[in-house]
Design a protein around this ligand. Structure first.
Ligand code: ADP
Length: 714
């Protein structure tokens, strides 16, 4: 996995500042460097121009001297060898000119006149014989290098022109120029004090110099410059001055005299400005960086503080504690803080609501009479309510975390796990009908008992909670068994009664009839009346026996339900009641009746009893109507009559066995009919009730569950 580098806010801000400042500083430095180069090039150009101008000034000096000499050389006094006059003429010229003195040298090198000496004084031979040679041979103006003059005994320069006698050069006329003169030209130029300007002769010897001329006059130029002079006439180069100062040196040479001028600009002063600017820039950048970093540090600190406040709030929120973030200085962070505060408030409310509802739920769960057990995904117990503790005889601490299967007898565990604990299909459509199973469970002490287990589909979020609700049905099963037994006994009894009671009853009836028939003439009126009453009693007893038998037969246990068309049932009833109907002149009608699932014989008995009662309990001509309507999932049947009706207080009681509201004299009956009706309705899963009032007729209503597929719209 790639490890992410974690940086602090402060260092990130510092980097940001550096990233912003660095390019700006770099650009400024580049601009400065470019500017320096430009300025340097400009300076070189300017300096070359200065050097050329200076060179011109020197050349002009030599040219001036040459011009004067040339006019002197054609002087008539010279032609006539009147040297005294010539010296006077030359001296006069000197007053208007720059040469120190004028010397006339003959072809042998002997000075003929020298204005530096009074005329007639003995003069030495010329020392610069090379120049004399050149003038005699070439017949052209010649400018000497610096040399020590024989008369003045000091460094000087000679500008020499030839003096012709006929076609040949007879003399060399020389103007002596002192280095001081050139030095003056140099100082007239007023170079900036750090510029080292030098005037040098054709052989590269220093003649005039802005700095330290006394030390360097007559000395050659620096070696770099001397070297370069042999190559070109004009150039700029970095060199070291005679004083040892590194300079940018510019030189130019006269094409005519081969003299030259060099101007040295100390590198230090050249780069001084640049260095100054760079220092300024550096200082500025450093200052900016420092202040920005300081600002970043302070701001980073604020952010860090705010975020820390958020962090501790978020942490306490995560722990479920109340978080209170104070107002923070940074808006976005403050917004998060406010959101955390709101969330905290909501959490507090929610957790209070949760605690309350949890307490309520726990109360309900703990007070439930059914055992409630919640299992985790590995079927271990996580919740075990009080009823479960009692049911399994297992303390809570011993149950929690242990597998539920321990409460199932060992031999049944395989089946139980496979069938009951298997993951159940989550059916959200069918939430109201939890699967109910009957199983055998085992107490901690090993006692086994029957339980009914339901598996309600409880959802926590989107996952199912494995919940078991267990009910001990031992007692119920026992009652059920007892009921079954008693039902069976009753049926047995009914059969016995039908056989063992009806046979002697029939005998009694037969004997009484025989008695009346054979001994009617021998018996008096009272005896005959007694015989008739005995016959009636026997008859009634037989009827009672039949009714009891059919009551016993309607047991909820024996079900043989089939689809039964109730219209057909009604037809059967009409046939069975043919005699009473015609006797009473009753009108018995029905609307089309539905087909229901049930026991046909029982349904005939039900409708028969109700219609018969409707006919029986009536003072005038009876009108009985049967109808059925679908309500929700059940059919509601109504049997309505126009009979005597009954008080509401009897509406319940008449369904009890043997309950009658009338004497045999008023209306005959056994008091079993409605009891049978109730049994039939209950065995079909329905209810029966009466709507009636005395003199207002009665409506008996009962329900039968509708078969699947039928609905209230049909
Ligand atoms: P019986 O054999 O007496 O008819 P039932 O169980 O059928 O026994 O009825 C119980 C009593 O309910 C009757 O004695 C009668 O008083 C009353 N009863 C039943 N049906 C009606 C009815 N349609 N109108 C008025 N009273 C009725």
């Amino acid at each position: 996995m790639k490890k992410t580098r974690i940086t602090s806010i402060r260092s990130s801000l510092a980097w940001l500042v550096a990233a912003c400042l660095f390019p700006a500083t770099l650009t400024a430095a580049l601009l400065l460097a470019y500017d320096y180069q430009r300025q340097r090039a400009e300076l070189v150009r300017d300096t070359v121009a200065h050097a050329r101008a200076l060179m011109h000034a020197v050349d002009r000096e030599f040219a001036g001297a040459e011009m004067s000499l040339r006019s002197l050389s054609t002087s008539p006094s010279l032609q006539s060898r009147d040297f005294a006059a010539f010296q006077a003429q030359a001296t006069a010229l000197l007053h208007r000119h720059y040469a120190n003195n004028i010397v006339l040298i003959d072809a042998s090198g002997q000075q003929r006149i020298n204005t530096a000496r009074p005329y007639g004084q003995a003069l030495p031979k010329a020392t610069n014989m090379a120049q004399l040679e050149r003038v005699l041979q070439n017949g052209r103006t010649d400018i000497s290098d610096l040399f020590i003059g024989p008369v003045l005994k000091r460094p000087l320069i000679n500008v020499a022109v030839p003096v012709y006698s006929g076609n040949a050069v007879s003399h060399s006329l020389v103007a002596v120029v002192l280095p001081e003169h050139l030095q003056k030209i140099l100082s007239d130029y007023r170079f900036p004090s750090d510029r080292i300007a030098t005037i040098f002769d054709a052989s590269g010897v220093i003649v005039a110099r802005t700095h330290e001329i006394h030390q360097f006059i007559g000395q050659p130029l620096g070696s770099d410059l001397t070297q370069r002079l042999t190559e070109v006439d004009e150039a700029s180069l970095e060199a070291v001055s005679r004083e040892g100062i590194p300079v940018l040196s510019v030189f130019t040479r006269s094409p005519t005299s081969r003299w030259g001028v060099a101007i040295g600009i100390p590198i230090a002063s050249l780069t001084g400005e640049l260095r100054h600017s760079l220092w300024l820039l550096g200082g500025l950048a450093t200052l900016l960086l420092a202040s920005s970093l300081g600002l970043a540090w302070v701001m980073g600190g604020r952010i860090v503080q705010s975020v820390r406040a958020l962090r501790s709030a978020a942490l306490s929120l995560g722990d479920g504690r109340v978080a209170a973030v104070p107002a923070l200085e940074i808006r976005e962070v403050d917004e998060v803080g406010q959101a955390i505060n709101r969330a905290s408030l909501m959490l507090t409310d929610a957790s209070k609501a949760l605690t309350d509802s949890e307490a309520r739920m726990r109360g309900i769960v703990e007070s439930a009479t059914d055992a409630i057990v919640i299992l985790d995904d590995s079927w271990n117990i996580v919740l075990f309510n009080f009823a479960a503790v009692t049911m399994f005889g297992c303390p809570l601490e011993e149950a929690i975390g242990t597998p539920f299967i321990r409460f199932i007898p060992e031999r049944l565990r395989g089946d139980f796990s496979a069938q009951l604990l298997a993951p159940r299909e989550l059916d959200l459509q069918d939430r109201e009908a939890p699967a109910i199973e009957v199983a055998t469970a085992m107490r901690l002490d090993g006692d086994e008992f029957a339980v009914e287990i339901s598996f309600p589909q409880v959802l926590a979020g989107s996952s199912q909670v494995h919940t078991l609700i267990l009910r001990d049905i031992t007692a119920r099963l026992r009652i059920h068994e007892a009921l079954e037994r008693s039902n069976l006994d009753l049926q047995q009894f009914a059969y016995v009664a039908s056989h063992d009671l009806k046979t002697p009853l029939r005998s009694i009836g037969g004997f009484v009839q025989l008695l009346e028939k054979n001994y009617a003439d021998k018996l008096d009126e009272r005896a005959i009346a007694l015989i008739r009453r005995t016959a009636a009693a026997a008859n009634r007893l037989e009827q009672l026996t039949d009714d009891l038998l059919s009551y016993a037969r309607v047991s909820s246990g024996s079900r043989a339900f089939t689809p039964v068309d109730c219209s057909e049932v009604f037809e059967d009833v009409l046939q069975l009641l043919d005699a009473p109907i015609s006797a009473s002149g009753a009108s018995v009608t029905a609307r089309p009746l539905p087909t229901v699932t049930g026991d046909r014989t029982q349904l005939v008995q039900l409708l028969l009893n109700l219609v018969a009662n409707g006919i029986k309990y009536c003072d005038g001509p009876p009108v009985v109507h049967v109808s059925a309507e679908l309500h929700e999932r059940e059919w509601v049947f109504s049997v309505k009559d126009n009979g005597i009706g009954m008080e509401p207080k009897h509406h319940e009681r008449v369904f009890e066995i043997f309950k009658r509201l009338h004497t045999q004299q008023e209306y005959t009956g056994t008091g079993i009919g409605l009891a049978i009706c109730r049994r039939v309705v209950i065995s079909h899963g329905g209810r029966i009730w009466i709507e009636s009032a005395p003199g207002k007729g009665s409506t008996f209503r009962f329900t039968i569950p509708a078969s699947a597929g039928e609905s209230s719209s049909s």
